[in-house]
Design a protein around this ligand. Structure first.
Ligand code: F6R
Length: 616
């Protein structure tokens, strides 16, 4: 939520800042702005409501002097609507200082009232401008940007990453973070700051993850880090494992189209190096075996799509480890009094590793004695750093706001985790683990098969259904979370009312929604694994069909029982039941993307959303 970038070095800063913002735009696209210290030693600033393209056009039509030090911001509005005035940067100290902010300053009203009483005037409705004036005031008093930051940060409550430049200190960008992300990119004679490494991966893959409550100052040749009290501090170094090309569209019509096409690779990369000749070995989990033997309960916590991955994971973990698993939405978790102790393992799932709700749930769990493991796609992110252990998904950078390839990678990582713990606890034999490992290894090719065989058919279907106003999704067992994922994708991408139901729940109420022509997707479990479950779903199909529903079935190849009752059949290859979701979700991702495209919508940046939700 909100992307920030900072640069200092020999290059002209505007192209670097704009390229960084383009890569961070998934974090918010209500407005964009940049500020540079120009070669005459003056702050130049430009900001515009709307997507980055609006700012770019403005800069092309009315170029702004450039310099070698600058900051840039792409906004997801919280306080104040998406207007030019509320866009960042915010100026202070007689327009000699520019500041950008990601997060929410919870006590901004009191601070603003004090500043107004002192005679300050505000040009925006944002909480962020308060920080700009406070830092500006401290700069006047101390003449040093680092000291000004130190004097301000402890007065701010809530979550923030702040970056600022001052025209009297050209060649320096100062930043601070609490509960919002900040990483440093280390270059030769240049340095970078960003909300994540995408901001600078084009220039360097050598990075430092700034810790909680740290202040950082970058110059072309140095990086200085202190804590909020001014004591020297260290940030954790890491190498970015992907290159800039991985975060480019590369000829695809959208990032989402590219990312759905990368679902096979996301699963393959998440497995890579973790299965050797049928033996599951997840290096990150080594050393945690005593913990896995000791736990008597697992709580998976996450939000949105990641939580649906968790719900699929619950089935695998319970089946293979016999440890009871609850799945909790992270934003609900800490607002009650959850029963957790040192025998509880909290498994958080987050693509970005920055989702504030999930981060707060992890912190709460640790404070209350539980052990924490994170499943995360982003190196150097806050949630894995705040956890006792991490299993990275290797889906590669996910830029489209709605999560797709990360979802299949998250399920894969949960399955690897479940098998590892099952082996440690002796609930899965070596032979069983080897069989499941083989199945996991076969999945990338099977996903490719779904893409090859069904993509065109599903896109055609989506095109026909472009005027549809409501779609329902039904599933049982592991198909239930997939039904909810299908509905979520359709809501957020195509702005169509959609609901995912447990198929058995239908008769307890939702069946009243069925009227002639109502499209319903049904995820049909394999009859090879449970004839009973399969027959129940086929009965559910008949019930809705009898009431006029238009039934689109997702069923395994060769399942003929569904044919008499289905208007459309989308086929997936045969798989073990716990692995089926990784295949059955693919048609639903294609469908939501196809329908949004048919409606002429922007599938990468749906309205009102941002990818990394760093506010609670
Ligand atoms: C939906 C979607 C969101 C995210 C959720 C959690 O397509 O992308 O529901 O899954 O905001 O985000 P992460 O995984 O970054 O914690």
């Amino acid at each position: 939520m909100c992307g920030i970038v900072g640069y200092v070095g020999a290059r002209e800063s505007q192209p670097v800042l704009l390229a960084g913002l383009a890569r961070l735009e998934y974090r918010g696209y209500d407005s964009a702005g940049i500020a540079v210290v120009d070669d005459a030693g003056k702050i130049e600033m430009r900001k515009r409501a709307g997507k980055l393209a609006v700012l770019r056009e403005d800069l092309e039509a009315h170029p702004m002097p450039d310099g070698h030090t600058g900051i840039g911001h792409t906004r997801w509005a919280t306080h104040g609507g998406p207007t030019d005035e509320n866009a960042h940067p915010h100026l202070a100290d007689d327009d000699r200082l520019a500041l950008i902010h990601n997060g929410i300053i919870e006590n901004f009203s009191e601070l603003k009232a004090d500043l107004i009483a002192e005679g300050y005037t505000f040009r925006s409705e944002t909480d962020s401008e308060v920080a700009a004036h406070l830092v500006g005031r401290e700069y006047r008093a101390t003449g040093d940007l680092r000291t000004a930051f130190r004097n301000v940060v402890n007065r701010l409550e809530g979550a923030f990453t702040l970056l600022a430049v001052h025209q009297d200190e050209p060649g320096v960008v100062v930043g601070a973070r609490r509960n919002s992300p900040l990483v440093i990119g280390l270059g030769e004679g240049e340095n970078f700051l960003g909300s994540d490494v995408a901001a600078f991966v084009e220039y360097t893959r050598s990075a430092l993850a700034v810790g909680q409550d740290q202040i950082v100052a970058i110059t072309p040749d140095a990086v200085e880090i202190t804590d909020f009290a001014g004591n020297p501090a260290e940030a954790e170094p890491f190498e970015v494992s992907w290159d800039a090309a991985a975060a480019e569209k590369g000829g695809w019509s959208s990032f989402m189209a590219k990312e759905v096409s990368e679902e096979p690779e996301a699963v393959a990369n998440t497995i890579r190096g973790r299965i050797h000749d049928g033996v599951i070995s997840v290096p990150e989990l080594e050393g945690m075996d005593d913990l896995f033997r000791d736990i008597n309960r697992i709580i998976i916590t996450a939000c949105g799509t990641a939580a649906y991955a968790g719900q699929v994971g619950k089935y695998a973990i319970e089946q293979w480890t016999r440890v009871p698993v609850d799945v909790e939405l992270a934003h609900e978790f800490r607002y009650r009094d959850p029963v957790i102790d040192e025998h509880t393992l909290i498994v958080s799932i987050s693509q970005s590793g920055e989702t504030m709700d999930t981060l707060m749930a992890v912190k709460y769990a640790r404070e209350h004695g539980a052990k924490t493991l994170s499943i995360c796609n982003t190196q150097g992110a806050t949630i894995p750093r705040e956890s006792d252990g991490v299993v990275y998904t290797h889906a590669g950078p996910e830029v489209a706001v709605a999560s797709t390839k990360a979802f299949v990678a998250q399920i894969t990582a949960l399955q690897l985790f479940a098998l590892h713990v099952g082996r440690v606890r002796g609930t899965v034999s070596a032979a069983e683990a080897a069989e499941h490992a083989r199945e996991l290894e076969s999945l990338p090719a099977k996903i490719s098969q779904v893409l090859e065989n069904e993509q065109a058919h599903i896109e055609q279907l989506a095109h026909w259904m472009a005027d549809t106003r409501s779609v329902l999704f039904l599933g049982r067992n592991v198909g239930f979370p997939i039904a909810m994922e299908g509905a979520l994708k359709l809501k957020e991408l195509a702005y169509i009312h959609a609901e995912g139901f447990a198929a058995g729940e239908l008769k307890h109420g939702p069946i009243a929604l069925i009227e002639p022509g109502q499209p319903v997707f049904v995820l049909v479990p394999s009859p090879r694994h449970s004839a009973l479950l399969h027959s129940k779903v086929v009965s559910n199909i008949q019930e809705i069909r009898a009431r006029g529903a238009r039934v689109i079935v997702i069923a395994e190849e060769g399942d003929a029982a569904v044919l008499p009752f289905a208007d459309e059949v989308l086929r997936i290859p045969l798989a073990e039941p716990l692995f089926e979701p990784i295949l059955s979700v693919v048609p639903l991702h294609i469908f939501a993307m196809g329908l949004a495209t048919a409606k002429g919508l922007d599938v990468d940046q749906p309205r009102n959303l941002a990818k990394s939700v760093t506010v609670e």
